[in-house]
Design a protein. Sequence first.
Length: 138
Amino acid sequence: MLSRILVPIDGTECSWRALEYACELVRLSGGSLVIMTVDKGRHAEPVLAAEGDALFAHIGNEVLDSANAMLAGKNIDCTYLLENGGNVATSILETVQEEDCDGIVLGSRGMGVLEGIFRSSVSQLVLENANVPVTIVK
């Protein structure tokens, strides 16, 4: 069973479904979640980590705030992370190692086969390069 699952979210419908799926997995296993988002703006700060409402007052990130609201009352152990800038797939793969996660659950963008041939998606890059199990939720 997975005990610590990384869930990258970006505010898309697929990422919310991935978060819901991951919640069910940790409910069954008694594990915890690491919920992260990547701010694609140009910031120099490293990954910020905090627990609870202090994070949201500090960074004002709407995606993580929405995730916190979604998990309210579910009694799930969560850590929230914000990565500033950089390559999204690389950030996910580095966070798995840094946070000692044993699995990743992420949403699919739903690119078609033809588009996927010409442009690699984040979920495809993570799937190909992760050294832990990856679940992609559509």
